[in-house]
Design a protein around this ligand. Structure first.
Ligand SMILES: C[S@@+](CC[C@H](N)C(=O)[O-])C[C@H]1O[C@@H](n2cnc3c(N)ncnc32)[C@H](O)[C@@H]1O
Length: 286
């Protein structure tokens, strides 16, 4: 099943290329190693367990404190990652904080993750809301990479996957539906209760962001949006958090994102600021 999905996605790359901003045209070029689950192409990392993990742990505790390592979401991710020798690194920790916070505000029956990476978003959505139907919309290459990681894990989410291949495709009663970005309109009128976008609108072409907001509004959904306050892409596209088309939505929270201000790497000076302030909000399009 996974090979069949990936073969279809490989043939679909030419179609999702049209949804790439200048940033993604650079990061996902023809020779990008997207068929390697461990590759680092700008959509998150997959850190294998190894001898250096104690340094990651130390740096993570300096930035985030100890409490995140005692949360339910931390243990939920850990139980899945331990079986595939995957370490909970900074990219997963950002998602742990996110789902801990979302659980305080929502209990959706259907969720769409726009622009996930290394399955951190879809896995967190499934672990936090086990009864929810999940949609993941992304570029074909990232969906292939996610799908290869999904194949390794042993949870219900992986046992029930479907790939949308055209706009008339019936959205079956599968737990997880993968949607290449060229077919995003299939998400219209689906009664999706929560959309999640974590640091990915900030790297899309503004018209692409607009299309996603139209879909979110059409679903009368809630949106969790966590993105750079301002980002300029290599081709000159400019993205402003406050200028996304939030009009007619009700704010549930809206603030600087506490866990998206610093990250660590194993290179000096070890602790770094992201390239600009990151805001996050939960809004309701009612
Ligand atoms: C910086 S990564 C963020 C990954 C993940 N959300 C995280 O926080 O680690 C941005 C994501 O947006 C995706 N993306 C880029 N253009 C897209 C588009 N037009 N539609 C959907 N996803 C897109 C990329 O493939 C990538 O997965």
């Amino acid at each position: 099943m996974f090979d069949e999905i990936n073969n279809k996605l490989l043939n679909n790359i030419v179609k999702t290329n049209k949804n790439k901003s200048s940033y993604w045209k650079e990061h996902l070029r023809d020779n990008a190693d997207f068929q390697n689950p461990y590759s680092h192409l700008g959509f998150g990392s997959y850190t294998k367990k190894n001898i250096k993990n104690y340094i990651h742990n130390l740096l993570a505790r300096v930035i985030f404190g100890n409490n995140v390592f005692k949360t339910k979401m931390y243990y939920a991710y850990k139980s899945v990652f331990d079986k595939i020798n995957r370490f909970i690194d900074v990219d997963t920790i950002r998602h742990i904080f996110t789902f801990e916070k979302l659980k305080e505000h929502v209990n959706p029956k259907s969720i769409c993750v726009i622009g996930d990476g290394k399955i951190n978003g879809i896995l967190g959505a499934h672990l936090a809301f086990p009864n929810a139907k999940i949609y993941s919309v992304n570029l074909s290459e990232t969906l292939i990479n996610d799908n290869m990681i999904l194949e390794k894990i042993d949870i219900n989410l992986k046992k029930s996957v479907t790939l949308i291949t055209d706009l008339n495709f019936p959205t079956k009663d599968k737990i997880l539906t993968l949607i290449p970005s060229n077919l995003k309109k299939i998400l219209l009128n689906k009664n999706i209760e929560l959309f999640i976008n974590i640091v990915s609108f900030q790297e899309m072409a503004p018209d692409e962001v607009k299309e996603y907001f139209e879909i979110i509004k059409n679903n009368k959904s809630k949106l969790y949006c966590c993105n750079r306050q301002y980002k300029k892409l290599p081709g000159g596209e400019e993205l402003y958090f406050e200028k996304y088309p939030f009009s007619n939505s009700k704010k549930i929270f809206w603030e600087d994102c506490p866990w998206h201000q610093k990250f660590y790497s194993l290179k000096p000076p070890f602790i770094h600021n992201y390239g600009g302030n990151i805001r996050h909000c939960l809004v309701d399009f009612l």
